[in-house]
Design a protein around this ligand. Structure first.
Ligand code: HEC
Ligand code: HEC
Length: 456
C-alpha cells in the first residue's frame, strides 16, 4: 500500500519497524504528526472546541471523525474531510473556508494519513449495567474509547474488566480503554449483593441467619436433621439449584434474593390459596406425612365461605370457620373460596347513603326532575322540595310502573337501581337523556340497597 511503511516509520517512532510489519495493510500515521498540525492550524478554529461550522466540530478527534462518517479509513477519496479540502469540494466552499487553501504537499499528507489509517471495531458488553455507547464503535488505531456506565439499581461497578481490549482506566463510572490496536471486546460488569434465606423444620441450619451473597457467588449451608429424622436431599425454594457435599449444601450462583428450604424425610408441604377468602396459616406448611393441617378461613366482606374446598389435598371437615384436611401423604394444595348472592357489578358492603348514594344522585341531578312539582311527569319524588332525602327516596312504590323504587335487600327489584342500568325495566334509562351513571356509581346504589338500604 503505497509508501505507508515509510510514513509509519517517520510519523510513529513508537511503532517503528515492527508496527510496519504488523499493520501492513492498515499501517497508520497516527494523529500526532504533521496531520494533526495541519488540522489544528487550519481547521480547528471553526471545527473544534465547541465550534461546529457546517455541523462539524470534531476535527481534533479522529475516532469521532470516523464514527461520524467524515473519515472512511483507508479511503481518502471518499472521505468528506478530504473532499472538502480538495480543489473540487462536492458542495459548499473549499476548506479552509475563505482560504488560504492547503498546499499540495499538505493535501498529500492528509490523503496518506487517511489512506493508511486503520480503524478497529470495539464491541461493548455490559453485565448488570448499561453503557453509552452500547453499539460497536469504530476506533482509529492507537486511540482509546470512552465508555460511560450506569449500573442497575443497587449494583456496584466492578473494577475488573473482561474482554480482549487493552486494559484502560476508570474515572468514577467512566471507563477509558487502553489504546485500540485490533478489533476487540470490552466487558464491563457490576455486582450486587443478595440475601439468601434458608428455612426448614425438624432440622438445624448453620448459619441460621440470612446471608448476604455477592452476585454470582454461592451460599453454603450446613444442615443437620434433628434426632429421629433423616435429612432429605431434596431442596426447595427459589435459589439456583446447588449441590450437597455431606451435610453442606452449596447453592448455585446467586443472582437475586432467594430462599432455600430444607426438609427431613417424610415431610410434605401443604399450600393454601383462596379467592374472596383469607386463611390462617397463610404460608405453606411443612408437616410430617400422615398428619392433617387445619385452617381458619374468613370470607371477604360481602361473601360467604363456600364449604366446598378445592385443591389436591385429601378432603377434610369443617368445624365452624375451621377446616381440617384429611391425613396428608404427599405435598398438596387446598383452595378456599367464597360466594356472594350480591348481583351488583362489584361487591361492596361498606356503602353509605349519605356519603356514597346521595352524592351520586346530586351529581346526576335526579332531583331536577324527581321533585314534588314534577312528580306527575317523573312518577316519583326523590325530595320533599330540597335536596334528595332518605325518606322520599325510600317512600316505597311509585305512581306509575315500578313495583318498588327501593326494595330493601333486592336491588334487581328496585327501580332506583335498575332504571340507571342498560337493562332498565321500561321507559328511558336514567338520568333521562344522560349522561348515565358510571358502573361504579350504579354499583353504589345497588350495594346500598342490597345491604339494607340503611340511612347511614
Ligand atoms: C473560517 C471557518 C472555517 C475553517 C477555518 C474551516 N472550515 Fe470547514 N466549514 C466552514 C463552514 C462555514 C462550513 C459549512 C459550509 C460549507 O460546507 O461550505 C464548513 C464545512 C465543512 C465540512 C462539511 C461538514 C458537513 O457535515 O457538511 C467539512 C468536512 C469541513 N468544513 C472541513 C474543514 C477542514 C478539514 C478544514 C481545515 C482544513 C476546515 N473545514 C476549515 C468553516 C470553516
Ligand atoms: C331530565 C329529567 C330526569 C332526570 C334528570 C332523571 N329522571 Fe328519572 N324519570 C324521568 C321521567 C320523565 C320519568 C318517567 C318516564 C320513564 O320512566 O322513562 C322518570 C322515571 C324514573 C323512575 C321510574 C319511576 C316509575 O315508577 O316509573 C325512576 C326510578 C327514576 N326515574 C330514577 C331516576 C334517578 C335515580 C335519577 C338520577 C340518577 C333520575 N331518575 C334522573 C325524568 C328524569
Amino acid at each position: 500500500m503505497r509508501q505507508s511503511c515509510i510514513i509509519a516509520i517517520m510519523l510513529m517512532p513508537l511503532w517503528g519497524i515492527t508496527s510496519c510489519g504488523k499493520f501492513e495493510a492498515k499501517s497508520v500515521a497516527g494523529f500526532s504528526g504533521p496531520v494533526q498540525k495541519i488540522v489544528l492550524d487550519n481547521c480547528a478554529s471553526c471545527h473544534a472546541g465547541g465550534n461546529a461550522e457546517g455541523g462539524f466540530g470534531v476535527v481534533d478527534k479522529p475516532s469521532e471523525m470516523i464514527n461520524g462518517g467524515y473519515i472512511i479509513p483507508g479511503n481518502a477519496a471518499d472521505s468528506l474531510i478530504y473532499k472538502k479540502i480538495s480543489t473540487t469540494p462536492p458542495y459548499g466552499a473549499r476548506m479552509p473556508f475563505g482560504g488560504p487553501y492547503l498546499k499540495p504537499s499538505q493535501l498529500e499528507d492528509v490523503s496518506t494519513w487517511i489512506n493508511s489509517m486503520g480503524s478497529f471495531t470495539v464491541t461493548i458488553k455490559g453485565n448488570n449495567l448499561t453503557t453509552d455507547p452500547s453499539q460497536p464503535q469504530k476506533v482509529a488505531e492507537g486511540e482509546t474509547l470512552i465508555i460511560e456506565t450506569t449500573p442497575i439499581e443497587g449494583f456496584t461497578i466492578s473494577e475488573t474488566i473482561g474482554g480482549t481490549c487493552a486494559t484502560g482506566s476508570w474515572n468514577g463510572n467512566t471507563y477509558t480503554t487502553g489504546k485500540i490496536v485490533a478489533d476487540c471486546e470490552v466487558e464491563l460488569s457490576a455486582f450486587g449483593t443478595f440475601t439468601v434465606t434458608a428455612t426448614g423444620s425438624n432440622l438445624t441450619i448453620a448459619p441460621a441467619e440470612a446471608q448476604s451473597i455477592a452476585s454470582g457467588a454461592t451460599a453454603s449451608l450446613t444442615v443437620t436433621a434433628q434426632g429421629g429424622y433423616t435429612l432429605s436431599k431434596d431442596v426447595g425454594g427459589d435459589c439456583p439449584t446447588g449441590s450437597w457435599s455431606g451435610s453442606v449444601y452449596t447453592t448455585g450462583s446467586i443472582v437475586a434474593n432467594c430462599t432455600v428450604s430444607f426438609a427431613v424425610e417424610g415431610q410434605v408441604t401443604v399450600t393454601a390459596t383462596g379467592s374472596h377468602a383469607t386463611f390462617t396459616p397463610s404460608a405453606p406448611q411443612t408437616i410430617l406425612k400422615g398428619n392433617t393441617q387445619a385452617y381458619v378461613v374468613t370470607a371477604a366482606s360481602g361473601y360467604t365461605t363456600s364449604s366446598t374446598v378445592g385443591g389436591t389435598c385429601p378432603a377434610g371437615t369443617w368445624s365452624g370457620t375451621t377446616y381440617t384436611t384429611g391425613p396428608i401423604n404427599s405435598t398438596c394444595t387446598v383452595t378456599f373460596s367464597a360466594t356472594t348472592q350480591n348481583p351488583c357489578p362489584t361487591v361492596n358492603p361498606a356503602i353509605s347513603f349519605a356519603s356514597d348514594v346521595l352524592p351520586v344522585m346530586n351529581t346526576a341531578g335526579c332531583t331536577g326532575c324527581h321533585n314534588p312539582d314534577e312528580n306527575d311527569k317523573a312518577y316519583f319524588s326523590t325530595t320533599n322540595g330540597g335536596a334528595p332525602d332518605y325518606a322520599s327516596i325510600t317512600a316505597g312504590t311509585n305512581k306509575q310502573y315500578a313495583t318498588f323504587i327501593v326494595k330493601t335487600g333486592d336491588p334487581l327489584s328496585s327501580w332506583l337501581y335498575t332504571k340507571t342500568t342498560t337493562s332498565k325495566p321500561s321507559g328511558d334509562r336514567m338520568p333521562m337523556g344522560g349522561p348515565y351513571l358510571s358502573e361504579s356509581d350504579q354499583s353504589k346504589i345497588c350495594n346500598w340497597i342490597y345491604y339494607g338500604a340503611n340511612n347511614n
